[in-house]
Design a protein around this ligand. Sequence first.
Ligand code: FAD
Length: 415
Amino acid sequence: MSETTETVADVIVIGGGPAGGSAAGLLAKQGLDVLLLEREKFPRYHIGESLITGCVGVLDELGIREKLDELGFVKKFGGSLVWGQGGRWNFKFAEGKPEFLNAYNVRRADFDALILARARELGARVLEEATVKETIIEDDRVVGLRYSVRGGGETEARAKMVIDASGQARVLGRHLTTVDWQEDLRNIAVWSYYQDGESLSGDEAGNIFIEHVPGGWFWYIPLNDGTHSVGFVTAAANAAESGLDLPALFEAKVAESVHLKRHLSGATRVSAFRNARDWSYVCDRFAGPGWMLIGDAAAFVDPLFSTGVTLAMLAARAVSDAVPVVLADPGREDQIFNAYEKSYQEFLESIISFVKFFYDAGLDRDAYYQYAQELVDPGKLFFPRQDFVTLISGLNSLRPIFDLSLDEEIAEQRR
Ligand SMILES: Cc1cc2nc3c(=O)[nH]c(=O)nc-3n(C[C@H](O)[C@H](O)[C@H](O)COP(=O)(O)OP(=O)(O)OC[C@H]3O[C@@H](n4cnc5c(N)ncnc54)[C@H](O)[C@@H]3O)c2cc1C
């Protein structure tokens, strides 16, 4: 057996997706010694290509928004939908809280690699092909972990704080939390990529297009290489009952669509079908002695509103605010972790509640707007449609998610 070596850091981050890469970068930027361990060699494939404006502020803090423009990622100004009564409609991010006018559609392999490279530039030690195997817990506190690098031996790494950003692998959360699975969002997704799909016109060109069909819905996302990502989401039970395999179900549902069928009429499929379980969940705890969860490691929300990457990056920003304060004053760990958990859970509650409401695709559009207002603007300060756009932009105005600057001491440190 090979020898075990040892290393130490202020913070260890497990996983180099948008959550882990952003957290490592923002923590290293503040001078902390950060070790990030990522199982894969980047660039690596990942689904989740349509972003919302809620993450743009974090892109700015990382200093990579211009890079996204330079690389020609498709600018996304809003969404176009066939959902609810009243035919096709659309929204623009500018109608909500117009802090940012556009988000992006991204090939995740490129986007995630960009964030990870930036984390390195900002000073994080990033190890790829490094798989975390085991957590080290002493006196009920997470104090480190054991990992192995492909082709190498095992290393024991110790840190004052371990952040789990391992996505649905939930490396820490699997052992330290209980998961609340959302039974009514027990879905499955099947998707592929198409060349020469019809582009939406004018202002809508970069929009995600979403079409409801009997038993599910499609996404149609334009990417910068001229392809479209096209996916179908349905209840896992529906898929099983259909008696079709997932690609056959996808094709059958394209045939049932009205608009998507037209967008794809001259298109050629250029990749194999992929599929994934798409079952929303929330962990019962998001932090504890020596550990924090961010991104999919903490919770996964149905992709209907493209919230995943934004939630991951906002949580990364929150831990980058919280961890330096906790390390400087360990006595405040409980208080800060409780605030983190509470704000994260509350934001998730509003998004999940809205997703469930929206899944009733037979409602009048105004009903969606009104419900969004109930959730994020009960004082009715804005128009309901504006609240709807704000909510699905990830910029909830009622609870500024993860804004630990509400905590005076953190605000002071930030200043
Ligand atoms: C069908 C579908 C469609 C989606 N569409 C969208 C969308 O349009 N827009 C959107 O914003 N989101 C979308 N999402 C959600 C989005 O994919 C996730 O929310 C997002 O990737 C979460 O980022 P993360 O950094 O938390 O996790 P990930 O991106 O999953 O990153 C986790 C990383 O941890 C690494 N890792 C795992 N285990 C270990 C280990 N033991 N040791 C070391 N490293 C490890 C993995 O290799 C991985 O790189 C979609 C999801 C699904 C299922």
